[in-house]
Design a protein around this ligand. Structure first.
Ligand code: AMP
Length: 428
């Protein structure tokens, strides 16, 4: 098969690495890709927002399957366009991608189908949203309805903060995404990420994973796209996995099917594990980044048949096998991230770092120039490792990081700390 992967981050490098290992694959391309992905796939400088150009590439290169990494092309309907053109694609249709593209849509779907989630109201004016906030009190959560690249959620600890967030969103700072706002109840508990492959009718849970969103050690500082992740996540016991499938994922798949928008692709549920059980915080319609990196390291089965089964509606009776080892990834970012940062600094020592047992380095924002690897984004590298325990995977990842010479970069030094603490407590 010839496969085209769309995207350019660490998630796509991990997907490319896993897809390239499949005996089913003849040629793998990635658009636009990065310097790391170029080691696994032929990188193509295509504008992936230009669906006509993507379809033309598929025709000229006899692409049998397109795998869509990020959410923006999914919400823009690239899978619909490819399907109409007779090209198979992994990912949801535009109508199904509303699960990420519109928070209001997802909340209404939850309410109509008794899927546990935070209580909420939808608003199209600031005055009405503020009046509601005053009746509810703080803490309270303000969310822009549309895609806002991680900037659309404010957990407000006071009414003043909530009102400021409402003004910011309706004030146009997030563009169209803020034209409607959801105000929801603040949930208490521990967060968990949950991933399932879906084929429109059926869903299968993947291994569990947990990310770290805050930029600094101890889960302090501003939110980011994710500074590291590990798998498995101890919180996700087999019982909890079953509850999430039965109470959240399967009812969602059934509801989407019933409304004529069957969900095919990867469904990522952000959860709060509360004293009453799991509640949905939000859906994403693609793999998490960096959770994808640890899932791909642990996946024993060939990924390609699973992707095909999703798009062909053949997941029933499908089974995925996982390595029992733990996996952990640490994000190395450019200093200043998630604020402003410089591009173009030189990264050295990657080969020596990759020689440490169990280590795999995925690139999330790099470019190659004159035989050197340059930083080309905010999040730049995902230094990842397998180990018998989360603690061992963590030790290997940091040993690799200590071989990387990149003074302009930084990383957290405590990725996986909760899981490592739990492992230590479990030991006699
Ligand atoms: P989201 O983009 O919806 O995942 O929200 C970003 C982060 O905001 C989540 O990972 C949570 O930490 C927090 N969050 C969102 N909604 C809630 C809620 N209802 N209660 C508490 N925290 C929330």
């Amino acid at each position: 098969m010839n496969i085209l992967l769309l995207g350019s981050g660490g998630r796509e490098h991990a997907l490319a690495w896993k897809i390239a290992a499949s005996p089913l694959v003849e040629r793998l391309y990635c658009a636009p890709g990065n310097a790391g992905i170029a080691q696994e796939a032929g990188t193509v400088s295509l504008n992936i927002a230009d669906h006509v150009a993507v379809m033309a590439f598929c025709r000229s290169h006899r692409i049998d399957l397109v795998v869509v990494g990020p959410e923006a092309p999914l919400c823009a309907g690239i899978v619909d366009d490819l399907t109409d053109a007779g090209v198979k694609a992994f990912g949801p249709s535009k109508a199904a991608a509303r699960l990420e593209g519109s928070k209001g849509f997802t909340k209404d779907l939850c309410k109509a189908n008794n899927i546990p989630t935070a209580a909420y109201e939808r608003f199209t004016t600031a005055a009405a949203a503020k009046a509601y906030v005053r009746t509810q009190g703080a803490p309270i959560v303000i969310k822009a309805d549309g895609l806002a690249a991680g900037k659309g959620v404010v957990v407000a600890t006071s009414i003043a903060e909530a009102e400021a967030a409402i003004d910011m969103m309706f004030g146009g700072e997030l563009g169209e995404a803020g034209g409607e706002v959801v105000v929801e109840e603040f949930l208490e508990g521990e967060e968990a990420s949950f991933f399932a492959l879906c084929d429109g009718d059926n869903a299968i849970a993947l291994a569990s994973a947990q990310d770290h969103k805050r930029v600094f050690d101890g889960d302090q500082g501003p939110n980011t796209g994710g500074m590291g992740a590990y798998s498995p996540a101890p919180l996700m016991t087999p019982e909890m996995t079953k509850r999430v499938m039965d109470e959240i994922v399967l009812p969602t798949v059934a509801a989407m099917n019933a409304m004529g928008a069957p969900y095919k692709g990867l469904l990522y549920a952000g959860l709060m594990i509360t004293t009453q059980g799991p509640k949905l915080i939000e859906y994403n319609v693609r793999f998490g980044d960096p959770e994808c990196q640890v899932l791909m390291l642990r996946l024993m089965s060939d990924l390609v048949p699973a992707l095909l089964a999703c798009s062909d509606g053949m997941l029933k009776n499908f089974d995925l096998r996982w390595y029992p080892e733990a996996a952990l990834t640490v994000v190395m970012a450019a200093k200043g991230y998630p604020g402003s940062y410089a591009k173009g600094s030189v990264i050295e020592g990657l080969e020596a770092a990759a020689q440490i047992e169990g280590v795999e380095i995925f690139h999330s924002g790099t470019a190659a120039e004159g035989g050197q690897i340059l930083a080309n984004g905010g999040r730049v590298l995902n230094v990842s490792a397998l180990g018998k325990t989360v603690a061992e995977a963590q030790a290997r990842a940091y040993a690799a990081i200590d071989r990387i010479r990149w003074p302009e970069g930084f990383c957290r030094r405590d990725i996986g700390w909760r899981a490592v603490e739990r492992e230590q407590q479990a030991r006699p």
